[in-house]
Design a protein around this ligand. Structure first.
Ligand code: FAD
Ligand code: N01
Length: 548
């Protein structure tokens, strides 16, 4: 942390929490406004998701050429992605490069967690306190804390009795973990579990995959990116980026326009097969426009996916256990390179936790109702307290001591994903009510940070110092978000999207399902309507530096 970043008495115009894609860009944009920025990050370095998730096989499922920043042409031209879907080390190297190229690192206090963020009505400023006991007073707070950054801890009896090593995919050590020749159990078969199992199956002695619910996984059809391909994409990159920004998912794929019910069975199959060859998370969802809306259309895609599983897995009983039966896509679809084929290896054993639940862990490994599984290493790929976890962990108190956890007692709410009513000048990135986790997150992150930056520019231009979403606007917006979601199959699934993976959590589908383009249009409209739904006022903060 340098003096450039914070004033001597630890005041700053803006505190940014988090140094992932969102926090890095937020610091960059705030600095371009001439504001003093104080960044705080729990990890020892930048990267966010890509710092923490170093498990074997971790990689993105949005194409690398789109899962990157678009704000700087020189950055785009100088960075060369080597694969269609980059692996974790490459994405982390990219974010390290961004941090150095734009000199962002000195703005951050690393190895530091924010413990509380308290609004002071008297001074109209925020007091941000860290776990080191330091307090920073600031005019604005940007919580760039991530939607998938709070790993769900394993709650299994006897965990501490286990004599081997246990790890969580979402908090993987920086030091190399030796798995070759070991007996390993992986608990959980979401994206992280599927990637981990696929990567380690060839090197471990025995692999036990403990599956509670099977998930659909699409073939990545990953491949190296050659210079010619990259050059041709970069030659028209602005056009491609604009398409991403105005699309539903934040990707350059054209949004589908036809119903699966409007074509013959033969034509449907042809399109699914075409999608399967194309690969990626949208292999089946880009074929037709009603996969997420129509039980029947979804059923066709499910049948096709289960048929693929049966064709890849030799043992029909194992194939059946691996075959999901929920609406495809309503739990995040996984993307793999050879996942189903690992079950044809003699060292890979599928354990069906539905028929034999875990009883406890013990010194040797995991005891289920049917067997003792002795292993050297247990890898928990059991997911995150998604969307709310990182923010709920911080003691955030707004006007009149109203806490964020009170605001979210009935599920996460927000206005346009950037603010929660009752918390003036505090911004969230890809928060509730935005396309967030259903979009290419980097597209969404840039849009949010740009919107916040423009809002601050506007406030400075007209002499306002306080911006706050109104409760009425937030209520209207969330009602719209929920109404749109209820027209789809998404809310029916027991997914982390609705908080179903956290026992006792109030279910709420808080993601804006209409997608990036319609969301961007609404955010622009709100600005054109004079920041409709936000209260802007002069405030009287005497804690802002002269240039704010
Ligand atoms: P994060 O990257 O999560 O960064 C948040 C940071 O805030 C973290 O470093 C955390 O340590 C810090 N933080 C949180 N709370 C505190 C606190 N109290 N004090 C201090 N620091 C704090 N999205 C896609 O669009 N495409 C993909 O292909 C994709 N792949 C993914 C793969 C994995 C394995 C995972 C887990 C997620 C993936 N995602 C993907 C989602 C991914 O999280 C986002 O794309 C993006 O990286 C989020 O960036 P962020 O900066 O918003 O949050
Ligand atoms: O977590 P998950 P994840 N006992 O919640 C099981 C992104 N991501 O880390 O379905 C036994 O999806 C649980 O079972 P069930 C992406 O957005 C992207 O894999 O609840 N099992 C499930 O199988 C993704 O969606 C990539 O019955 C338990 C699994 O653990 C999000 O991050 C890669 C259990 C958790 O799956 C989260 O993915 C990785 C228990 N007590 C992550 N508790 C890309 O490829 C949970 N489970 C881009």
């Amino acid at each position: 942390m340098t003096q450039q970043a914070a004033n001597e008495d630890t005041r700053a115009d803006v505190v940014v929490v988090g140094a992932g894609f969102a926090g890095l860009y937020a610091v960059y944009r705030m600095r371009t406004l001439g504001l003093s920025v104080y960044g705080i990050e729990r990890a020892p370095g930048v990267g966010g998701t890509w710092h923490w998730n170093r498990y074997p096989g971790a990689r993105c499922d949005i194409e690398s050429l789109d899962y990157c920043y678009g704000f700087d042409d020189e950055l785009l031209a100088e960075w060369r992605w080597t694969e269609r879907y980059a692996a974790q080390p490459e994405i982390l190297a990219y974010l390290d490069h961004v941090a150095d190229r734009f000199d962002l690192r000195p703005h951050f206090e690393f190895n530091t967690s924010v413990a509380s963020v308290i609004w002071n009505e008297a001074t109209k400023s925020w007091l941000v306190t860290t776990d080191h006991g330091e307090t920073i007073e600031c005019a604005y707070v940007i919580m760039a804390t991530g939607n998938l950054s709070s790993p769900q801890p394993p709650a299994i009896d006897g965990l501490n009795d286990f004599k081997g090593t246990w790890l969580h995919t979402g908090n993987w050590p920086i030091e190399p973990v030796e798995l070759a020749g070991k007996k390993v159990a992986v608990v959980g078969t979401g994206s992280s579990g599927i990637q981990t199992c696929t990567a380690i199956a060839p090197i471990v002695d025995e692999l036990y995959v403990l599956q509670r619910t099977p998930n659909y996984s699409m073939p990545a059809q990953n491949r190296p990116l050659g210079d010619d391909e990259v050059n041709s994409v970069l030659a028209n990159y602005r056009e491609r980026r604009t398409i991403c920004e105005w699309s539903d998912a934040g990707t350059p794929m054209p949004d589908p326009t036809e119903s699966a019910l409007s074509v013959s069975a033969q034509e449907r199959r042809r399109r699914y097969e075409q999608g399967w060859q194309m690969g990626g998370i949208s292999s089946l969802s880009f074929a037709f426009n009603d996969m997420f809306r129509s039980e029947e259309a979804n059923g066709f895609a499910q049948d096709f996916a289960r048929e693929q599983i049966r064709s890849m897995v030799q043992d029909p009983a194992v194939a059946e256990l691996l075959s999901p039966h929920h609406h495809i896509g309503t739990k995040r679809t996984c993307v793999d390179t050879g996942y189903y084929q690992i079950y044809n290896q003699p060292n890979v054993h599928l354990v069906d936790l539905k028929s034999e639940p875990i009883v406890r862990m013990n010194p040797g490994g995991i005891e289920t109702t049917d067997q003792q599984i002795d292993v050297d290493v247990v890898i928990f790929a059991i997911g995150f307290d998604a969307i709310t976890g990182a923010l709920a962990d911080v003691d955030i108190r707004g006007v009149d001591g109203f806490t964020l956890n009170e605001a979210w007692a009935n599920g996460p709410v927000g206005y346009l994903g950037v603010q929660v009513a009752g918390f003036p000048n505090l911004f969230t990135i890809t928060g509730p009510g935005s396309p967030s986790v259903l979009s290419n997150m980097v597209i969404s992150i840039e849009q949010h940070v740009d919107w916040i930056t423009e809002a601050i520019v506007h406030m400075r231009a007209v002499g306002f110092k306080r911006i706050e979403a109104t409760g009425a606007a937030q209520e209207r917006w969330m009602a719209h978000v929920v109404e749109l979601a209820n027209q789809t199959l998404y809310p029916k699934a027991n997914s982390w999207y609705v908080g179903a993976n956290i026992p006792g959590r109030q279910r709420l589908f808080s993601v804006y399902i209409a997608g990036c383009g319609p969301f961007r249009a609404e955010c622009n409209r709100v600005v054109e309507a004079g920041y409709e739904g936000f209260e802007l006022s002069r405030g009287t903060s005497d804690r802002e530096s002269a240039h704010v």
